[in-house]
Design a binder for this molecule. Structure first.
Ligand code: PAF
Length: 283
């Protein structure tokens, strides 16, 4: 696996692969990689001949007081993990390469509506930063296909909308969340948990499963389900941010007639803000 740090170098290598008729797959990341990212790279191989990953801790998607400065930078370990997963090229730019002359102020990529609820409400501007950096990365890498984890369900929905609205000729693939044996969704932010909190953290997924099972059993009192879930999370030591039953296509609050649903949840546990979700179809 080759690692390059400049836009010119990544373009040169990808152009040479494309000229040979190769189909390019792309896995954007912020590094501090875990098995979930390795899974994305292995999945990418199914859709393309040449897999590109990026590692870039994107400042524009962090709000004031968030963990941009402390976000773990683990490039050597990330390179080893990507190489082992079968990645062909790693693009690892620095902030000046991605945002020269502070040019992040020149253009905004605002995906309306879907970005203002759930994580967008708790982290104002977060998805604007994601939209901006992912647009830039797409224009740099120009992949045929890009893969994103479904753990960040709202991010995936935002990117799908952005790709459609801005006519990016890129197929977006959502990949199922990789979980630890306990059910805890793999996340870079699990590293903020103490061993005791890691054991407690599994309650988030258990609560999602319980809510899903209630709905599949015919309970359509979504407000009641949400209240019970928030109370279970609080009892388990979490500070819930949101727990909400939504339509899977547009992330609007679900109605009893809706069939394709997702339950989205975010909650703080100690220093970590954990997010998770579960999507399913009611018959
Ligand atoms: O999901 C992430 O790691 C980031 O939000 C992404 C998509 C790499 C953009 O910085």
């Amino acid at each position: 696996m080759q690692t390059v740090n400049t836009i010119a170098a990544v373009r040169e290598r990808i152009q040479s692969e494309t000229r040979q008729g190769k189909r390019i797959g792309f896995v954007p990341t912020m590094g501090n990689l875990h098995e979930g990212h390795a899974h994305l790279v292995r999945e990418a191989r199914k859709y393309c001949d040449f897999v590109v990953a990026s590692v870039f801790v994107n400042p524009t998607q962090f709000g004031a007081g968030e963990d941009f400065d402390s976000y773990p930078r683990t490039l050597e370990a990330d390179q080893a993990r990507l190489q082992e997963a079968g990645c062909d090229l790693l693009f690892a730019p620095n902030v000046a390469e991605m945002y020269p002359n502070q040019n992040n102020d020149w253009v905004k990529v605002l995906v309306s509506d879907i970005t203002t609820r759930h994580c967008g409400a708790s982290r104002p501007g977060h998805f604007d930063g994601v939209g901006l950096v992912v647009s830039k990365l797409f224009n740099i890498v120009r992949p045929h296909v890009a893969l994103f984890g479904k753990k960040d369900f709202q991010q995936l929905a935002v990117i799908r909308r952005m790709v459609e609205a801005l006519c990016f000729d890129i197929e977006i693939i959502g990949v199922d969340t990789v979980r630890e044996a306990s059910g805890l969704a793999m996340s870079s932010r699990n590293g903020y948990l103490t061993p005791q909190e890691r054991t407690q953290a599994v309650l988030l997924y258990q609560t999602l499963c319980k809510a899903r099972d209630a709905i599949l059993d015919g309970n359509t009192d979504f407000n009641g389900i949400t209240e019970q879930a928030n109370s279970a999370l609080r009892d388990g030591g979490f500070i819930p941010d949101y727990f909400t039953v939504c339509r899977a296509d547009n992330l609007q609050p679900a109605m009893p007639v809706d069939r394709s649903l997702v339950i989205l949840a975010a909650a703080r546990l100690g220093k970590a803000r954990l997010i998770d979700n579960i999507d399913f179809v009611c018959r």
